[in-house]
Structures are given as C-alpha cells and as structure tokens.
Ligand binder design. Structure first.
Ligand SMILES: Cc1ncc(COP(=O)(O)O)c(C=O)c1O
Length: 450
C-alpha cells in the first residue's frame, strides 16, 4: 500500500471504536451467529458471508426497495446490492408478482415454460447473440460456456486475466485467488493450474504470445474487471482481444454477470463488442437464482449437432435438474421486461455519476489524492491517485485495514457498504437522496480521518 495521505494509526483507533459500537448494537445478530455456529461452519449458510466483511454478518429480517433491516432492528441503505444480484431492488414489484403467480401454479416440471422462450428472445435482442441456455448461477453458465468452447475448438486450456473472477469452478478460480496476487484458495485441484493460462489485463503483447501457442479454447473475461475494484480496458484493448482470438482460433467468452448493470446489453451493447459467447447471471433473474449464456449461430450448430472440431460427436455436458425452472424464468421475464428497462438504466447511470461526483468532491475538499472510476450505476475510488490498469496495480493500491474501517463505520451510520473488492453501486430502487445519504456517511468518515 502506497502513501495516500491518511494516518494508519488513526485508522486503527477509529476501527477499534467502530467495532465496539457495532458489537454493542448487534447483540441479537451475534446471538444468532453463535447459535448457528452449532449447525453451520462459521455460523452462515455460505461461508463467504463471513469473509467479505471484517465486521460480523447481520441476520436479515426483511428488505424493501433499497433498504434491509436486521434482527437488531437496524435498517441499512444497501450499496452492496448483493454484489450486483439485487440491481433490480430488494423486492421489485413485477418480480414479486410474477414469482407469486408462478408459485401458485407450480414451478418445477423439468419441462420448459413459455417464459423461457420469452427470456431467451429478449436476451438475444439485447446482446445480439441468437441462442441461449440457462443454469442457476453465473458460475455454472461460465462452466458450460467453457465446455462448449472446448468441444467447438478441440482444445483444452482457458486463458484468463489475473484478477478476473468468473465463479467458483476450480479452473476459473485460478485467476482470482491462485494467480500469485493473493493467497491461493484452498481445495482447488492442482491440475486446474495446468488447465489455465494467466496474463495481465490490458497486456496485448502477453495476449498475443499466449494465443499464438494455439492451446487455448477460449479467453474468458469481463469487459472491464469488476472484482478488484474496477479496471477499465485501455483504448483499443477490446479490438486487439477480438482480433487476436479470431486470428488464433480461440473463442471469446465475455462475462457480463456484473456489467449487465451498465446497460440493457451490458458493456457488450455500450461498447459494441462482439463476443462468441456472452455470460450473464445475478440480476438477470431479479435476484432469483439464474445464470444464462448466449452464443452465435455457429456455436448453436455445434451445440445441437454435438459435432466438434475434434471430430467427436455426442452430447455436450450440460444441465442441472433445476436449471431453467419455471420460477427462475418467470422472475427473469418480469425483471427484463418491467424492471431492467432503458429508463432504469438511464436513471441508475445518472445516480452512479452523482455518486462519483460526490466522492470526487469529498476527496478534493479533504485534499486526498483519490482517483474515482465511473461505470454507469457503479462508482468507486482508488486511494492512491491512479486508476489501476490491471489487478496487480489494484492490489498494490488496496488497503484492507482502511476498507474494513470504511465498512464498519458506514454500517454504524446505517449504510451497508459494498464488499471491499467492489465499490458502491445503486439499484433500480435507489434515489438521489439515497446517494446523498451514502455521501454524507462517507464524508463523516473523511472528516474524522483528515
Ligand atoms: C463477473 C462474475 N462472473 C461470475 C460470477 C459468479 O456468480 P455466481 O457466484 O452467482 O455463480 C461472479 C460472482 O461474483 C462474477 O463477479
């Protein structure tokens, strides 16, 4: 961590004060956590729930619009938006209505419902990839996209950019936890490292060298990295990525799981990108579990015929019993047609800009060297005055103790801050007053620090 004008001793002292306050004010949540430790490792149903905040988790009672409340009766303005999964809001009325209607008529048949066709057609219209398949999560969609690429190209390996998170499948996690940036995740098969090539985002020369080996079935990447703060592509990077993948016979899989909050067709639409496969998840089902991947006509032909480049024929490995279930598809239809509208994207982008302007103003007022990034509904800052060009730079600029203080300080102000690798974002339910509330809380922290 480079010097950024904030005294580390002040951070430590404030953190101790805010941790004590959080503990005092969340005694019922703490009791629930203690009880749950008797039946779930770490006391939570999914262990990541305790590791993405330094302070303890809260047990949620209910959520409406842009706010949820915990078992201790505290309400939080949600700027984490479920790591983008609740971009539609916490209880979007059209999705609630569609889910209730579907639930009343049964939802799991292992047969399609008409909603599936509606959703596939709408996704095709938005992303310009004509054929779609569904899973229950973005991870599973990425796994199937990679299998399709392997079969279509007759190659095994996957090329990833360090810091690109594409889900919790073994080989996909190599780029996030095991690429030398931070401690590798435990439990990954050691052979996963051999299945993956790893290079820096925005490094066209390394990309060319890797693809020229003609070992890679595909490159899997987000259009902009969003899980190490935000790393934007250099001008021309996407053109090079597309040209080089084509030249060397690798497919391009763009994962829009997070960036679909940027526009109706994600950044593919905003930046006129041309991937072979698009992956989506999280908010696409309005918060109800759903993953999706869209493909070109040519790949759909491989998919249906089962005939790949290596001459083998058969059935592509896909599927899960609950994938494409009626509930998820009903939720997605309502989310896409009634919540994720052009008007919503225009409004949330404007709120994201208000957030970025406000953060810039705070930093300027306190003479802090923060560099602010803007990504439509999401904004954030780098503490050290540069916008990172790859995950290595993002890691150099990260200050985990500061992020931990920021999270607990804001929680004590009634603002649920984003996980530290992300940054605040607004949902379709947020208002300008919500953005100003976030800025007031952050401003309080800045005043105490500087
Ligand atoms: C870009 C991206 N792709 C895929 C995933 C995996 O999503 P899920 O955990 O819902 O499978 C994530 C999760 O954070 C993500 O950020």
């Amino acid at each position: 961590m480079r010097d950024c004008g904030i005294d580390p001793a002040r951070v430590t002292a404030l953190k101790a004060r805010e941790d004590a306050r959080f503990a005092r004010e969340h005694q019922r949540c703490r009791a629930l956590l203690e009880r749950a430790r008797g039946s779930m490792p770490n006391g939570v149903p999914m262990s990541w729930m305790v590791s993405y905040n330094d302070h303890p988790p809260v047990f949620v009672v209910e959520g409406h619009g842009a706010r949820f409340s915990c078992a201790d009766g505290h309400a939080f303005l949600d700027t984490n938006i479920g790591d983008k999964s609740t971009f539609c809001g916490l209880d979007p009325e059209p999705v609630v209505r569609a889910v209730a209607a579907r639930a009343a008529a049964g939802w799991q048949f292992l047969q399609p419902t008409e909603d599936a066709a509606e959703v596939a057609e709408e996704l095709a219209r938005r992303w310009g990839r004509p054929y779609w398949q569904f899973t229950l999560s973005a991870t599973q969609a990425n796994v199937e996209a990679v299998r399709l690429a392997r079969h279509a190209t007759g190659r095994d390996k996957v090329l990833l950019f360090a810091g690109n998170y594409a889900g919790h499948a073994d080989e996909l996690l190599v780029s996030y936890g095991g690429g030398g940036l931070r401690e590798p995740y435990l439990g990954l098969a050691s052979r996963s490292y051999g299945d993956v090539g790893l290079i820096d985002f925005n490094d066209v020369a390394a990309l060319e060298r890797a693809l020229a080996t003609r070992e890679f079935a595909c490159v899997v990447s987000e259009p902009a990295l969003t899980n190490v703060g935000v790393v934007l592509p250099d001008p021309g990077f996407h053109d090079a990525l597309r040209a080089l993948t084509r030249e060397h016979g690798s497919l391009l899989v763009l994962d829009e799981t997070h960036t679909l909050i940027c526009g109706p067709g994600g950044l593919t639409g905003r930046w006129a990108l041309d991937p072979d496969v698009v992956v989506a998840g999280k908010a696409i089902g309005g918060g109800v579990p759903l993953g999706a991947y869209g493909m070109t006509e040519e790949l759909a032909e491989v998919f249906v015929s089962g005939r790949g480049r290596d001459g083998r024929e058969g059935e592509l490995a896909t599927g899960g019993t609950l994938f494409g279930n009626g509930l998820s598809m009903a939720a997605a239809r309502a989310a896409l047609t009634e919540v994720l509208t052009d008007e919503t994207y225009a409004r949330t982008a404007a709120l994201g800009a208000r957030l970025a302007d406000g953060i810039e103003g705070l930093a300027r007022g306190a003479e802090l060297p923060w560099a602010v990034h803007r990504l439509y509904a999401r904004s954030g800052w780098s503490l050290c005055g540069r916008l990172p060009r790859n995950a290595r730079e993002a890691d150099e600029d990260a200050w985990p103790e500061f992020s931990a203080l920021q999270q607990v300080y804001l929680a004590n102000c009634g603002v649920w801050e984003a996980i530290s690798s992300a940054g605040p974002a607004v949902s379709a339910a947020a208002t300008a007053a919500d953005v100003d509330e976030y800025l007031a809380a952050l401003g309080g922290l800045v005043t105490e620090l500087v």
